[in-house]
Design a protein around this ligand. Structure first.
Ligand SMILES: [Zn+2]
Ligand SMILES: [Zn+2]
Length: 211
């Protein structure tokens, strides 16, 4: 476990923001915070982050504190941004390239009116349909990729997604697909293209919404 100060997300949880006015949570409850993603390719791109440092979300998906928090955040989302895709790249060790530059678990929420499922199917990876609550038992201790689609009529508890259990670490899989759909893989490296203005706008819109 990393101590606060070496992990950017633990820093956010404890009130230390690296990008003032951008990565301060726009929502929180006992177990989770929601923040605008740095390096967003799409306005509205946000992260659900557990307050406790952990490598993946797998043990949160059957937990009611998570479900309650997500549904309150999704309510804001659907009002402002419409349907979204949700995905996670679940790591299993510190420093894995499967994490996107952080070892701290998070679920990505990205407003997206299109489905990335055709891209998953043509990716060469094997996907199985399952609910997020099944990820822990299906992945065991392996790393994984999980993808699902949500809208105002399809709540998290009812949504079935697609799981790929990784045999080898894989970096930036979903981000690359989104960048390709949005016309430029060159923007996929968020360290060089932090897109802070997009992230700032996301925070303003979602923090200003009534839950
Ligand atoms: Zn952390
Ligand atoms: Zn990520």
């Amino acid at each position: 476990m990393k101590i606060s100060g070496t992990c950017r997300f633990c820093g956010i949880v404890s009130g230390q923001y690296q990008y003032a006015g951008v990565d301060e949570p726009f929502a929180s409850n006992d177990g989770f915070v929601a923040v605008a993603s740095i390096g967003a390719l799409v306005e509205g791109w946000s992260l659900i982050i557990p307050k406790a440092h952990q490598l993946s979300m797998r043990n949160n998906y059957s937990n009611s504190v998570f479900a309650d928090f997500l549904s309150s955040v999704l309510h804001r989302f659907f009002n402002k941004y419409g349907p979204l895709i949700a995905f996670e790249h679940g790591a299993n060790k510190e420093g894995s390239i499967t994490g996107c530059g952080t070892d701290h678990a998070h679920l990505h929420l990205v407003p997206f009116g299109e489905s990335l499922f055709p891209d998953l199917q043509s990716s060469g990876l094997q996907w199985v349909q399952c609910h997020a609550s099944e990820i822990a038992s299906r992945s065991g201790t392996k790393e994984y990729l999980f993808y699902t689609e949500l809208n105002a009529k399809k709540v998290w508890q009812d949504s079935v997604g697609y799981l790929h259990v990784l045999e080898h670490p894989l970096s930036q899989f979903f981000r690359r697909l989104i960048a390709e759909r949005r016309g430029g893989v060159e923007a996929a490296d968020y360290r060089h293209f932090p897109h802070l203005d997009t992230s700032m706008q996301t925070r303003i819109v979602l923090a200003g919404s009534v839950a």
